[in-house]
Design a binder for this molecule. Structure first.
Ligand code: DC
Length: 671
């Protein structure tokens, strides 16, 4: 994922194709803890790799669990219910799914086996309540100290070996603030239920019941059959002992699926639907019920084991009134779908939104208003009226992955009469559960080509275009077109086939059917890795010759246009600003003195162990410049409206900052 302070989304118009979802956060962290506590080694497949699972893994490592990765699985060797480490400081970020269950497990283990553990997180974690869990554990004989505000992390958990816990009377826990407190007890108490059964009684209405179903299903996989009576009473059987199931598969995240279900309902057609892989009709996650809500708003949906397929049904969408207690996380997506309805949407039963990664009711209301919606919020509800006029908006994300993921869907406003850009601040916060969210979204979303911003970097050979373009693309989170590579590959293909670079028609034919692939920084031509060959001086000369033919340039034209994809394109070459992307929003013509360029190329070659004379290199550069400038088609020259940048005396970073500064002034949200 790119490391950028904001991501601009152009107005988007359609979506089609297949996405594969990352593993479920809720399942991943429960499985990790269970595997970490169990006897034996568990091979965990399709584990989510994200901020929240990383803090759980770090905690397990600190507690002495064995962790080994191979052939796509993570092998966790558990503690077998016995503490291996009796003192540790655990930093748990903003992961409620790590903080609550680890606090409970360590509390009962420390109280019986002795130990001293400190659990902390980011500032927001220290504002997320844990009092109800602590209040349930203390009467058992667990020692838990608040190190900050009472009722909130950080916590110190301690105990001495040989302690006994008062588990013969029912343990009472509140269920109406977060179901994670009950989950935490359910995961922890089997560790101390070797003699007697332990009963947990829920006080108040239990919210988010489907998450308890996930907990019970996973406990069963690890050998513990909890007896449930309604949603009020749960009995952990005597003789409980965690046993590894050997291998376990983590299903795709159903909450993450909600964004792509919404996407299908907004922007996909029957002929080109959105297919979602990794989660489907057999899911054990409560948020899969989001499909019913999406259907009620108008989505047309089919599903099978491990897959969902969605397309637009009713349009505009229909507003709904829904009690969302059963789908608290996915319900946020409904609030954004509401922008595309023809009647208001009222979501109730969402009080828990206020104690999540941020106060999600307040955050959602504020950001939906920015795009033009009218919103009424209450303690436990939100009501959304679709915009009558869409507004360009800079969206705050509050360090909340779901705010970023949901609100990105507002970029499809052209489908509802808008045509406004959207800026998502701190887009990297999606790393909490879905590090590749935006890349996944962009792989299926399309915009009108003229709405996709392009920055062109033209200039002579060895001016540093490639380096500058790549750095800009990374800084903006955009696609990159190295057009020189297309001409270079064409030159190589001609050479392989024994075709002279001067045979225009034959070379143009090759250019039109180049089997070229760019992947992970390497380049393949006809299945052969040409990464090194592509950069050779001799290949550059070949390219310079084949690129002089109008037929070759025509043959490569469409391939270059096709790379103009959301969220944007940085294109480097000779005629990017003058010919191929003549409507580019920002054109840069990059130069450096011939001496400087010859010296840079010399350094490059030396670093690869190739010797060369600076004088020869300079002569070569000048010959290529002359050919690129002198040819009749698309000669090398600055576009009329290009910004000239002589980087002879600038570092790469300085050049990047210069161009980003220009872009700031011209982009959708001028500074
Ligand atoms: O940027 P480069 O050195 O990889 O380019 C190799 C040759 O390809 C260069 O001499 C000119 C040609 N070229 C071109 O004519 N038009 C482009 N857009 C890019 C490269």
């Amino acid at each position: 994922m790119f490391d950028i302070p904001y991501l601009d989304l152009p107005p988007l118009r359609s979506a089609a194709g297949t996405v594969r979802l990352p593993g479920s956060k809720s399942i991943s962290n429960r499985v990790l803890l269970l595997a970490g506590l169990a006897q034996g080694t568990t091979a965990v497949h399709d584990l989510l790799d994200s901020d929240d699972t990383r803090v759980m893994l770090d905690a397990l490592a600190a507690l002495g669990c064995g962790l080994r990765r191979d052939d796509g699985a993570l092998h966790v060797t558990g503690l077998g219910g016995r503490l291996a480490v009796h003192e540790a400081q655990l930093f748990l970020g903003n992961a409620g799914t790590a903080m609550r269950p680890l606090a409970a497990a360590l509390a009962v283990l420390a109280a019986t086996q002795g130990g001293r553990f400190e659990l902390s997180g980011v500032a927001r974690m220290h504002e997320r309540p844990i009092r109800d869990l602590v209040d349930a554990l203390r009467p058992l004989g667990c020692t838990i100290e608040d190190l900050g505000t009472p009722g909130y992390p950080p916590l110190r958990i301690s105990g001495t070996a040989g302690g006994r816990l008062a588990t013969t009377t029912p343990i009472r826990v509140r269920g109406d603030v977060s179901s994670q407190f009950l989950t935490a007890l359910l995961l922890a108490l089997p560790l101390v239920a070797d003699q007697d059964a332990i009963v947990i009684e829920v006080e108040g209405e239990l919210i988010s019941q489907p998450y308890i179903d996930i907990t019970l299903a996973l406990l069963a996989r690890f050998g513990i059959q909890v007896v449930r009576e309604g949603w009020q009473r749960f009995t952990v059987p005597p003789g409980s002992r965690y046993q590894t199931p050997g291998a376990i598969h983590v299903e795709g995240d159903a909450s993450s699926a909600s964004y792509f279900i919404a996407l299908g309902a907004l922007a996909a057609t029957a002929a080109a639907p959105i297919r979602i892989e990794g989660v489907g009709s057999d899911s054990i996650q409560g948020d899969i019920r989001f499909v019913d809500a999406a259907r009620a708003m108008g989505a047309q949906l089919s599903s099978g084991p491990g897959w969902l397929q969605v397309q637009r049904g009713r349009w505009p969408l229909a507003g709904i009134t829904l009690d969302c207690k059963h789908i608290p996380d996915a319900a946020m997506t409904l609030a954004v779908m509401a922008l595309y309805a023809d009647t208001p949407t009222l979501l109730t039963g969402i009080a828990s939104w206020r104690v999540k990664e941020t106060d999600r009711i307040a955050a959602m209301a504020a950001e939906l208003r920015k795009v033009g919606a009218a919103v009424v919020e209450g303690d436990d509800f939100i009501e959304v009226w679709p915009p009558t006029k869409w507004l360009p908006a800079v969206i705050r994300t509050y360090d909340d992955h779901r705010m970023a993921m949901c609100l990105a869907l507002a970029a499809f406003n052209p489908l509802a009469g808008g045509h406004v850009p959207l800026r998502i601040l701190d887009p990297r916060c999606v790393a909490k559960t879905f590090p590749d969210y935006f890349e996944t979204l962009f792989s299926v979303a399309t915009a009108a080509p003229e709405d996709v911003p392009v920055i062109t970097i033209d200039g002579p050979t060895a001016s540093g275009k490639g380096t500058l373009a790549a750095a800009l693309a990374a800084a903006l989170g955009w696609h990159l077109l190295d057009s020189g590579a297309l001409y270079r590959a064409t030159g190589l293909a001609a050479q392989w086939d024994g075709i002279s670079p001067d045979e225009e028609a034959a070379v143009a034919r090759l250019a039109g059917q180049l089997d070229l692939r760019f992947e992970g920084g390497r380049t393949w031509l006809r299945g052969r890795d040409i990464t090194e060959e592509l950069r050779l001086e001799s290949t550059g000369l070949l390219a310079s010759r084949v690129s002089a033919h109008p037929g070759v340039r025509r043959a490569l034209h469409d391939a270059q246009l096709a790379l103009r994809r959301v969220p944007g394109l940085v294109a480097d070459g000779r005629d990017m600003g003058t010919v191929v992307f003549a409507d580019a929003a920002l054109k840069v013509f990059l130069t450096a003195s011939p001496t400087e360029r010859a010296e840079r190329r010399h350094k490059q070659l030396i670093s690869k162990g190739i010797s060369a004379s600076i004088a020869d290199l300079r002569a070569d550069l000048e010959a290529r410049d002359a050919r690129d400038k002198g040819r009749s088609v698309a000669p090398l020259e600055p576009a009329e409206d290009a910004q000239l940048l002589d980087n002879s005396h600038l570092s790469i970073e300085e050049s990047v900052q210069r161009v980003l500064g220009w872009w700031q002034q011209r982009g959708p949200f001028p500074a």
